[in-house]
Write a protein that binds this ligand. Structure first.
Ligand SMILES: [Zn+2]
Length: 134
């Protein structure tokens, strides 16, 4: 059996994960201007999809956008300043890249682990662990 045969075999044995799980997709932010505040209407839903604490996502958004803000009683994120949907969307994508999606296999089946004060992202799909900046 030569190398090509082995490769074919390996490829045949790779499970077809496409279609077996929903593709992970961050919802497009709905952002509304209210005076000098950008109101992120579907913030809570986005946190649910990300599977992360809203406070943690909020902290990241504030850092990323260089502003301050808070989560209101309806679960919307209120960010001081005018931010376009695109800007907010980019920030949320950054969050997903760093804190949700496994850098090894690209799946979002991850959770946080703390080790010696470092926040690690542990992948439930492939077992990889990677350090985050959080
Ligand atoms: Zn993984």
């Amino acid at each position: 059996m030569d190398y090509d045969d082995m490769l074919d075999r390996a490829l045949d044995e790779t499970p077809d994960i496409e279609g077996s799980s929903d593709r992970f997709e961050v919802p497009d932010p709905e952002v509304r201007q209210e005076g000098n505040v950008s109101v992120y209407e579907n913030f809570q839903n986005t946190c649910d999809v990300l599977g992360r604490e809203d406070d943690h996502v909020m902290q990241f958004l504030q850092n990323e956008l260089g502003t301050s803000g808070h989560i209101d009683e309806s679960g919307r994120a209120r960010l001081t300043g005018e931010f376009s949907v695109r800007r907010v969307s980019n920030a949320v994508d950054e969050y997903a890249d760093e804190f949700v999606i496994c850098s090894e296999c690209g799946l979002p089946d991850t959770h946080f682990e703390r080790e010696g004060g470092v926040l690690l992202l542990r992948c439930e799909a492939c077992g990889a662990r990677s350090a985050t900046s959080g």
